[in-house]
Write a protein that binds this ligand. Structure first.
Ligand SMILES: Nc1ncnc2c1ncn2[C@@H]1O[C@H](COP(=O)(O)OP(=O)(O)O)[C@@H](O)[C@H]1O
Ligand SMILES: [Mg+2]
Length: 262
């Protein structure tokens, strides 16, 4: 059965979608069968994977029970578009609304080793659906002042999902994203996180670089565009693979790290 990881944060711009895209690429290169699910009405993940913007059905139809999850898979991605905002509103009025994604994903588990869900930039019903459907939650945090506040809010929602609906939900940890550790600012954010969450802070921080925006624009994976920077994600990917019981994939990811990368 596939293990499902939900990647969340309490706001946008923390590098969530880039993380889902890059970890999906990395895990696939390590031999895992990975399904990526876009759960953000902005559809950024679907764009990053260069899916046809008109690809249908999407995750919205799945949540409204108009399509099965299997039908909504396009190139191992379940896409989203603005229709998801409307679906979220409709879903809000239904019984069992928090369990919808979990039920819908029941039939895809055997085809994949991992399912990675890109949550919207808010801690509302869609993110709760992702957390109820997930085995593991991964928080993405920008290396900024107030980062700790965002992490605490995300942790509260994880607790909410655990409390009744998904008691098995495991908290994988926090990624410190878009970090410029040459600045005191980023180093202080890292220190504060470390004091609060200890070994749940997954090292290394993802270094900030304009190369991420460039590679997204060109439809390239950072793993190909800038292998030197991509070592951050390979190291994080290896640690996550260990934490989700995929030791062979972890070893392969470590072998992919360029020896001279910082
Ligand atoms: N490590 C990084 N360094 C610099 N910019 C980044 C990095 N990761 C992501 N970005 C950029 O930051 C913006 C927000 O990233 P994104 O992954 O879409 O965040 P979110 O999904 O949390 O809103 C995008 O323009 C993206 O290219
Ligand atoms: Mg996003």
């Amino acid at each position: 059965m596939a293990r499902t990881i939900a990647v969340l944060s309490q706001k946008g711009g923390t590098g969530k979608t880039t993380t889902v895209r890059t970890l999906t690429d990395a895990f696939r290169r390590a031999g895992l069968r990975v399904l990526a699910i876009d759960l953000d009405p902005q559809g950024n993940l679907s764009d990053y994977f260069d899916l046809d913007p008109d690809a249908t059905p999407t995750v919205a139809e799945v949540l409204l029970d108009r399509a099965t999850a299997a039908e909504a898979i396009h190139n191992d991605v379940i896409p989203a578009n603005l229709g998801l905002a409307e679906a979220e509103l409709v879903l809000g009025g239904k019984m069992g609304r928090e369990l919808t994604l979990r039920k819908a994903l029941g039939d895809v588990g055997d085809t994949y080793d991992l399912v990675i869900i890109d949550c919207p930039p808010a801690l509302g019903l869609l993110t709760v659906n992702a957390l109820v459907a997930a085995d593991h939650a991964l928080i993405s945090s920008e290396a900024q002042y107030f980062a700790m506040q965002g992490v605490e809010q995300a942790l509260e929602v994880i607790e909410l999902a655990r409390d009744g609906l998904n008691p098995q939900l495991d908290w994988l940890g926090v990624i410190l994203n878009i970090a410029d550790l040459r600045t005191v600012h980023s180093r202080e954010a890292r220190q504060a996180l470390l004091e609060h969450v200890g070994d749940r802070l997954i090292d290394p921080p993802i270094r900030a670089s304009i190369a991420y925006a460039e590679s997204a624009e060109r439809g390239l994976s950072i793993l190909d565009h800038r292998p030197d920077l991509a070592s951050d994600y390979l190291k994080i990917g290896a640690e996550i693979a260990r934490r989700v019981q995929q030791p062979e994939a972890a070893a392969k990811l470590e072998a992919m790290i360029e020896p001279d990368s910082a």
